[in-house]
Ligand binder design. Sequence first.
Ligand code: NDP
Length: 288
Amino acid sequence: MSQETQSYKAELVGVFGCPVAENPTVVMMEAAFQARGLNWRYLTIEVRPEDLAEAMAGLRAFNMRGIGLTIPHKVSVIQYLDRLSPEAELMGAVNAVVREGDALVGHNTDGQGFLRSVRDDAGVDPRGKRIVFLGAGGAARAMTVEMALAGVEHITVVNRSPGRGQDLARLLQEKTPVQAEFTHWQGEYAVPSGTDILVNATSIGLYPDVDEVPPVALSSIGPDLLVCDVLPNPPYTAFLSAAEAQDARILDGLGMLVHQGAVGFQMWTGVEAPIDVMRQALERVFTA
Ligand code: NDP
């Protein structure tokens, strides 16, 4: 008789959100578990805001290995955690929880996903670079903090609402080594010369308004600029198309989504993520 004991218990992770039914992360994660031969399951769970406390207690009771958080739980989840990573602490938002023994530890992988995509997909080392971010919402906050910690020299936050933009620029100045400034976005924004990377971190162009582009003077975009978009679906946005027509290099938001999923996969399982498998799984979802 075989000495090996068969375990019929899968390890559980997933995502809490509301609404969450259209979140395709499960496809990418299940493909990755399969590719690595792991008996893990990723559950897409609708949790209403008023039920988050019980959901977090359930997570502990089910001995789940972790959970992802999406709208509207990224900030409110913090009160149920035992500690935060330094980055999540700075950003004030958590999108991935990892169980370490009995402790639940909050992380934020959005910014790391962007950083890895810039390095691995675009082949650009952000150290010493000058970056302009359009937008100052949750995504911009995570991305700017991570880029600042990665050694970017200068960040300009360009935002329609001055309050949010000023708060983010101040956070970067006070809590990270980067030089940061705020520019109020009124009319067409002209990208300053000497800028290395321009990022659309707004929701302009989000489905179904896929023809909308952020108001940026196209004449200020040229071949020396890497232009990035956060929107993953469809990845080739109207903004990236316009930037490419100006001979700029471009980086889409699909890479960021894949890499932030890969960071989560690695934190949960301790196994290297199969990036290509994950990217192909998402591409199939977005082109279906
Ligand atoms: P938020 O709602 O927190 O922030 C939205 C930002 O967009 C704000 O800065 C807002 O400006 C700006 N904005 C929206 N509409 C306009 C407009 N018409 N003109 C000027 N500015 C505008 O959203 P998030 O930061 O959470 O998400 C932003 C985008 O990033 C989403 O589309 C999301 O899908 C994407 N995302 C992609 C990820 C990926 O992995 N690829 C990961 C996370 C997010 P104001 O402050 O003035 O309102």
